[in-house]
Design a protein around this ligand. Structure first.
Ligand code: MF3
Ligand code: CO
Length: 256
């Protein structure tokens, strides 16, 4: 069942989204060679709590941290650890915060120092694919129009879209219906339910340079590419309004 949100609920989700957006912006600024992802995790948890919010990921199905930190060939759900980040790494940071009962969920991939052109291009294509998906979140479109256009853009750029993990509805719970695949399940646009005003979706393409296939590491969480090639991930929590998509986790003028 897809839960429609009222304008009042969207305001609350925007507040939660701004906490996540602010924390990610700060993490992007402090992530440098020589730092560890465990330090970033501690920083994120402290900042989320300072805003009066709760780190949504911590304790979710037993997940032990406040962020996911996925380096290079790690795709998603990477455990923060005490290894030093090094020049040339790319780091995907996924963060969720619950404020006043509503969840915001967003992810970015950031360069650590100077990175290769190949890595820069991967990051750029992945971020653009997210915005192409968001652009399709309009009343009148169908759910898999979002999926179709993400996949088309990514594959035309020569990369692949991870199939095993999807975007999702979001609200009081981090994961609500519907699932939002980043590839068109039927290979065509124009399928899936019609999009409605008041739906909120977390769109989160994960894009690989090589194969779309992934595997889960022994920790039971960290997902890596099967071929060991680089992967990037971007995510926003987005509401469908009559005036078009409203990106709740994007930072706006009126900051916290
Ligand atoms: N954005 C991810 C997702 O929607 C974050 C979840 S990480 C978890 O699945 F640890 F909380 F599961
Ligand atoms: Co998500």
């Amino acid at each position: 069942m897809i839960i429609t949100k009222t304008p009042q609920e969207l305001e609350k989700m925007h507040k939660a989204g701004q906490v996540v957006g602010t924390v990610l912006k700060e993490l992007r600024e402090i992530a440098k060679p020589g730092m560890t992802t465990l330090e970033l995790d501690r920083y994120a948890e402290k900042r989320i709590r300072e805003f009066g919010a709760i780190p949504t990921f911590k304790g979710y199905r037993g997940y032990p941290y406040s962020i996911c930190a996925s380096v290079n060939e790690q795709v998603v759900h990477g455990f923060p650890n005490s290894k030093l980040l090094k020049e040339g790494d790319i780091l995907s940071i996924d963060c969720g915060a619950t404020l006043d009962g509503y969840v915001g969920d967003s992810a970015i991939t950031v360069p650590i120092g100077n990175i290769t052109e190949e890595a820069q291009k991967l990051i750029s294509i992945t971020q653009q694919s997210l915005y192409i998906g968001i652009e399709n979140m309009r009343v009148g479109n169908r759910l898999h129009d979002i999926s179709y256009h993400i996949q088309k853009f990514v594959e035309e750029a020569g990369y692949s879209v991870v199939r095993d993990y999807c975007g999702h509805g979001i609200g009081r719970a981090m994961h609500e219906d519907p699932q939002v695949p980043n590839y068109a399940p039927s290979g065509k646009p124009g399928t899936g339910p019609k999009l409605r005003e008041g739906w909120v979706l977390a769109i989160e393409p994960m894009v690989n340079i090589g194969t779309y296939k992934v595997k889960t590491e022994k920790d039971g969480w960290t997902v890596t590419t099967l071929d060991g090639k680089l992967s990037a991930h971007f995510e926003h929590t987005v509401a469908i309004t009559k005036d078009g998509p409203w990106i709740l986790t994007a930072l706006t003028e009126s900051q916290l």
